[in-house]
Design a protein around this ligand. Sequence first.
Ligand code: OGA
Ligand code: NI
Length: 347
Amino acid sequence: MGSEEMTTSVENVQEMVRKNPSSVPERFLIINNDDNPNISPVSSDVPVIDLSSVCDGNEDEIKKLDCACADWGFFQIINHGIAEEVLHGMKNTAAEFFKLPLEEKNKYPPKDIQGYGQAQSFLTSKEQKLDWEDVLMLFIYPLSYRKLDYWPTSPPELKDVIQTYSAEVHKVGERLLRVLSVMMGMDKDTLLEMHKEVMHALRVNYYPPCPMPERVLGVSAHSDSTSLTILMQDDDITALQIRRDDGWLPIKPIPNALVVNIGDVIEIWSNGKYRSIEHRAITNKYKARTSFASFLTPTPDVELEPLDQMVNPLNPQKLYKKIKYYDYVSGSLEKKLETKPLRKDAN
Ligand code: OGA
Ligand code: NI
């Protein structure tokens, strides 16, 4: 055996909990005892957007989406057109994968971000605090980035299920990007073209139950360095929280809805009009939780810069310096766990 050490530099969290359900190693204690729970007192929930109505050109719904992107940075979409069977198929099949013995799951050790393991991609030092999760990360599009070596072969239907789910989510992402393009004063396909190609990675987050949820985070506070992130979460556990009014506001799951958030790339292109909001996931004492984050991004060579038409009397200067997307991501990985590295003064 000993394959565990060889394949993952950090212990598998699910396995750790299985062996020792009541202990939490020091490196996972992120929230201090004296921190206040810090739950936002705001009573309203994130906006719920009817995607079909938006795509039919309903002015009120488009206005609502515009406010959601500008004021919240997060919203849930309903009537997105993805069949319930596709959503449930993804959830059920992934659940089968996570139930497999560790030796089986460790056949896909993480490399170049892809594969299965602890939130490996962000590990920068031995002292770094750890998130209470294991991750399966796969590049979906473009096909040239797809490395089937990392795609689990067990359960046997998982590959097809991921392909079907991701293709559907990709279509939803493109529909949203067309609407956003028009909202930003461009032709509907311009934002898509600015990506060169809409790259797409799937991150399946598995959060085992945690004996000390008040001290440990499933995923610590971050903003996504994407253009858009589309997330499917479990219906029965509220864990995702967004930064709002100096507190953390929970996003209550709506069955079969998807959570969408504006990432850093759209924040930059929109010159800060649309906001990439910090978020985190808390842990749950009794139940494991799984979430599926689809990250849509431009290609690495795309130069990011606020669009000229987003500079206007209300927002008279470019708030972000020009930066190649590749360099932006490299920088934000290094700064992970710090607060958001955005909003550089332009000069
Ligand atoms: C992410 C993320 C939140 C969640 O994967 O980037 O923010 O609820 N996940 O799992
Ligand atoms: Ni995120």
